[in-house]
Design a protein around this ligand. Structure first.
Ligand SMILES: *[C@@H]1O[C@H](CO)[C@@H](O)[C@H](O)[C@H]1NC(C)=O
Ligand SMILES: *[C@@H]1O[C@H](CO)[C@@H](O)[C@H](O)[C@H]1NC(C)=O
Length: 403
């Protein structure tokens, strides 16, 4: 709110204004934990809203908008399943909610996900604007019979350092040339478009008209809160962005240190797919979902008790706890997405010279999560030609077609 105040009010207005601020703060405190996140939000921004009470909870009874002008509903959200599953979801979420555990019943009140798209700006590389529903329709049109996940992909572009690295380029190109998505959605924070020589190389990989045809940029503010809880860490902010991207449009989300190695058609037949990284964790660095997918909707809903202080609870452990409770809603790829994993032993298979024989990426992996932070060395088009490691092999496969 404060960020919208452009100029200071005249001095004599300050005492009454202060009173007003204090009064609204008190009101805010009073409402906190009941339904405060529903108040003060314009209803045409609300993507999904339903008033039927869940069995062991309730959805706040705010007045429904007379007409949901410009709304972008989560198309086909299975509200009945969400309502039915909510008690089990709350139970599963409990152990991952850190200090919110004691107040979970007060905080986790809506069985429906809540996303505001009002600040999203969708545009082509040349600046042609799209509405959310236009892009939803495009996405929907790529779901062929027998499939559930649209043939589109999402990246959240780095919003710290925007200068892309070599492996980011390989990641983007692997998606474009091996997955071959109908559209590629590049999410970025205001003022944070990607840059640098490796970004230029991605752009020049396609002709200008191919680029204009295939790429949709989505600018959105970095989320600093979700429901009523704050989100501070970059990684967690990006977690919220990716869940919302795929919930609204469906498709593949991949971190920009994931490489696509095989076409993903077989995985697009499931409503939701995620990979195992360790026996106790499913990794949100790469996943696929139908638009408005039930598992993803539940995962987002659990962010009502998101605990920013834990690195992995909501992003890795929670889906792993949820999956066996809702096995029909979530397909797990045990080895083909996040293995080798980040443990010192396995990550060495990716990067250490001569370890290539430890893992047969050519037959096993749809995608490979690079866990690049564990490595960090920079390469270029020359050095990659002779790099003796699984990483080198995979990059050459993507860049030069050398299998
Ligand atoms: C989405 O696509 C399916 C078939 O692929 C169709 O039945 C449905 O009506 C579409 N929905 C929208 C909102 O376009
Ligand atoms: C684009 O990238 C692909 C995959 O890396 C490569 O095979 C192709 O030669 C590149 N094309 C151009 C024009 O750079």
């Amino acid at each position: 709110m404060l960020s919208h105040v452009r100029s200071l009010p005249p001095r004599r207005l300050i005492p009454p204004l202060l009173l007003l601020v204090i009064a609204s703060l008190l009101l805010g405190l009073y409402n906190f934990g009941s339904n405060s996140w529903l108040q003060g939000i314009k209803f045409h921004d609300i993507i999904q809203f339903d008033q039927r009470p869940a069995p062991d909870s309730f959805v706040p009874r705010a007045t429904m908008p007379a007409k949901a002008k410009g709304s972008a509903p989560l198309q086909g959200l299975d509200t009945e399943a969400l309502r039915r599953n909510f008690p089990k979801l709350k139970e599963a979420t409990k152990r991952h909610s850190g200090p919110h555990k004691a107040r979970l019943d007060q905080m986790m009140i809506s069985y429906l996900p809540f996303i505001s798209t009002s600040a999203w700006m969708l545009h082509s590389p040349k600046g042609k604007k799209f509405t959310v529903s236009e892009v939803q329709a495009i996405s929907n049109s790529t779901i062929q019979p027998g499939f559930q996940v649209p043939n589109i992909a999402h990246f959240v572009m780095p919003f710290g350092e925007t200068n892309l690295q070599f492996h980011h380029m390989v990641s983007l190109l692997s998606c474009l040339h091996i997955m071959k998505p109908h559209r590629l959605l590049l999410w970025y924070a205001p003022g944070k478009l990607p840059s640098g020589q490796w970004w230029d190389r991605v752009r020049k990989n396609l002709t200008e008209s191919e680029w204009e045809e295939k790429i949709i940029f989505v600018q959105r503010p970095i989320p600093t809160s979700v429901y009523t809880v704050p989100v501070h860490g970059k990684e967690h902010q990006s977690d919220v962005m990716r869940l919302e991207a795929v919930l609204v449009f469906g498709g593949l989300y991949m971190d920009i240190d994931v490489l696509v190695l095989k076409p993903l058609e077989p995985l697009r037949k499931f409503p939701f797919t995620i990979g195992r990284e360790v026996p106790y964790g499913l990794c949100n660095g790469v996943f696929l979902s139908a638009p408005s997918g039930t598992f993803l909707a539940m995962w987002h809903t659990a962010y009502q008790v998101f605990f920013d202080g834990s690195w992995v609870d909501h992003s890795v452990w929670l889906p792993n706890t949820m999956q066996p409770i809702f096995p029909d809603l979530c397909h797990v790829e045990e080895e083909s997405m996040d293995r080798p994993n980040w443990t010192p032993e396995e990550v060495s298979w990716i990067y250490v010279k001569g370890q290539q024989s430890r893992w047969d990426w050519r037959s096993k992996n749809y995608v490979m999560h690079l866990w690049f932070r564990k490595y960090g060395k920079q390469h270029n088009m020359d050095s990659i030609k002779t790099l003796d490691s699984m990483f080198g092999e995979m990059c050459r496969f993507i860049l030069f077609g050398v299998f």
